[in-house]
Write a protein that binds this ligand. Structure first.
Ligand code: ADP
Length: 545
């Protein structure tokens, strides 16, 4: 027997319709590539998203066809989130930090029909356009008068001229909630990128879940700054959750340096901000150097890479900003776990609470997770036993776009997504990433977590960033070394760093060597790129070998 409730599909357009009706004057503030601060509202944004949808109709784009963006976080990008997906097309957000060849590869793989880009990315488009035969229309996200006279790109139009003349009374179509809404490619540190194709249903369910009190706890009273880019995993779903709650949105545009981010937080009364640790490192360095404080920021979600304990302590104890550590992947939309304490943990001593915050947290309802051993058997939730982390749920990938399904089946036939991460889960359900399985260091039959080695080094006052990798060793298989980038003007010797490990970890987990580098190579999403670091250290030999 079926239930007798209205069968309304979960569509992304419904989030914007809600925001328009109930939070029409809700603010959306953007720092633009033009350099100024732009202000709009959900009401205006909804009208312009409908104009964009009309423009796509006029262009003759069928349902399911792909429209690409190469853009910073801003209101026009947000209009694309809703105008493209809401009208049944698929938004392909492209990471501008990929190599141009990789960008052309993903454009061709996705068979993008329209590509909209911020002015700053004109050189990328100039480099790739002749290699992208599927693209019928190139659109620069700017006013008509900003369009360069001689870009070399055939029929280039400005976004404002393109959508400006279109109707605002477009009616959002209704269709199956399992229809594809957007696609994001993994950054492809090994091999070609893989396309993760989200659906309306997965995106809307994720948006509801993300806003929950034990997740990001978003409300109409918040002012939210997604520093995490809209070109990577839909800015952790924040544009959708923002429309769902009607919170004020503050977009940083291209200015991600500590000073610009701090000024925006203060000027716009930001209460909640989201980003990867490397970005927060820049913010903290700036704020400390200026002796500044946060007057409105109360919490920040940090994820995408392990948040060093020193960063958690700095936000909490120096600045009174609560840190929510989160874990997720492109394949998980991305929110999988978030570290919010349970009631009993609030009574724990401070040190124990800080240790808890280093864990990546509890599964969000909708995500099921487990750890398994090499034989696929589930391992205990004791906080000590580590195994491969598997997840499943309605916003977890089933199959890559034009690709295979990576799922592994359990005894009952259920498919689980293997995350490639190694983790423990404690009795309270808090998951702690030990490492990526490809980064973990296998030393004498034991595993050393590269994250643990890095976290200790990051606590040293002279260290700006640390990356630990395993080096081949004839007796132990591998031994860890740590590459260190020092803070500007700071100094420390190899011996200082090694001495800093004494008493903080087991002796055999202390790295065998310290290598000083100017900078740790970062990948397209601001995470440490250990493959590049390994290349840089190609001729390296462990001491004594
Ligand atoms: P890529 O970095 O290849 O583009 P993703 O952005 O999807 O891929 O990153 C997912 C991976 O990032 C996870 O599998 C995990 O290894 C790592 N990661 C994400 N959040 C955290 C976290 N809070 N702590 C440790 N690792 C994390």
């Amino acid at each position: 027997m079926l239930g007798l409730m209205q069968n309304q599909p979960l569509l992304i357009s419904s989030l914007l319709t809600f925001a328009e009706r109930h939070h029409g004057d809700g603010e959306i503030v953007s720092r633009r590539v033009e350099g100024d601060i732009h202000r709009t509202t959900y009401r205006q944004l909804a009208g312009r998203a409908r104009q964009l949808a009309s423009a796509l109709d006029a262009q003759g784009l069928a349902m399911g066809e792909r429209v690409a963006s190469i853009a910073w976080n801003g209101y026009r990008h947000m209009e694309m989130y809703f105008g493209v997906s809401g009208s049944g097309r698929v938004l392909h957000t492209i990471n501008p930090r990929l190599h141009p060849e990789q960008i052309a590869w993903v454009v061709n793989h996705a068979e993008d029909r329209v590509l909209c880009f911020d002015m700053t990315f004109l050189p990328i488009v100039q480099a790739i356009h002749s290699h992208c035969p599927t693209v019928q229309k190139w659109v620069m996200l700017c006013d008509a008068d900003k369009l360069p006279a001689d870009s070399g790109i055939p029929n280039l139009v400005s976004y404002e001229a393109w959508i400006g003349a279109m109707r605002t009374d477009y009616a959002w179509p209704q269709f199956d909630e399992n229809t594809a809404s957007s696609i994001c490619y993994t950054s492809g540190t090994t091999g070609n990128p893989k396309g993760v194709l989200y659906s309306h249903r997965s995106s809307v369910l994720h948006a509801y879940a993300a806003a929950l009190p034990d997740v990001m706890c978003l409300s109409s009273r918040d002012a939210v700054l997604p520093v995490v880019p809209m070109f990577h995993v839909n800015a952790w779903g924040i544009p959708y959750s923002a429309a769902l709650t009607g919170c004020k949105l503050v977009f940083p545009g291209p200015a991600l340096d500590g000073k610009s981010v701090y000024e925006l937080i203060e000027a716009e009364g930001v209460t909640f901000a989201a980003g990867v640790p490397t970005v927060w490192q820049m913010l903290l360095t700036h704020v400390r150097s200026q002796g500044q404080k946060f007057s409105s920021l109360t919490r920040t979600v940090i994820g995408g890479a392990a948040c060093p304990p020193a960063m958690i302590a700095a936000f909490e104890d120096e600045f009174g900003v609560h840190v929510l550590h989160a874990w997720g992947m492109t394949e998980t939309s991305p929110l999988g776990t978030l570290c919010t304490p349970k009631k009993k943990q609030l009574a724990w001593p401070l040190e124990q609470q800080r240790a808890l915050q280093q864990k990546q947290g509890r599964a969000i309802c909708g995500v099921d997770m487990k750890i398994v051993g090499g034989d696929g058997q589930e391992l205990p939730w004791d906080g000590k036993t580590y195994g491969d982390l598997l997840v499943r749920g309605p916003w977890i990938l089933e199959r890559y776009f034009k690709g295979d399904s990576p799922l592994v089946e359990d005894a009952s036939g259920l498919g689980w997504f293997p995350t490639g991460d190694v983790a423990t889960i404690d009795a309270d359900g808090f998951m702690h990433i030990t490492d990526r399985s490809k980064d973990v260091i296998k030393s004498g039959g034991e595993w050393i977590s590269s994250i643990d080695v890095e976290n200790i080094a990051m606590g040293h006052p002279a260290v700006a960033m640390a990356a630990c990798i395993g080096m081949p060793h004839p007796k132990w298989d591998e031994r860890p070394i740590v590459a260190i980038a020092l803070k500007p003007g700071a100094s420390a010797t190899r011996e200082d760093i090694l001495a800093f490990y004494e008493g903080k970890t087991a002796k055999w987990q202390i790295p065998d060597d310290v290598v000083f580098v100017d900078a740790i190579p970062l990948g397209a999403t601001g995470k440490m790129l250990k493959t590049r670091l390994r290349e840089q250290l190609a001729g390296y030999k462990l001491p004594g070998l």
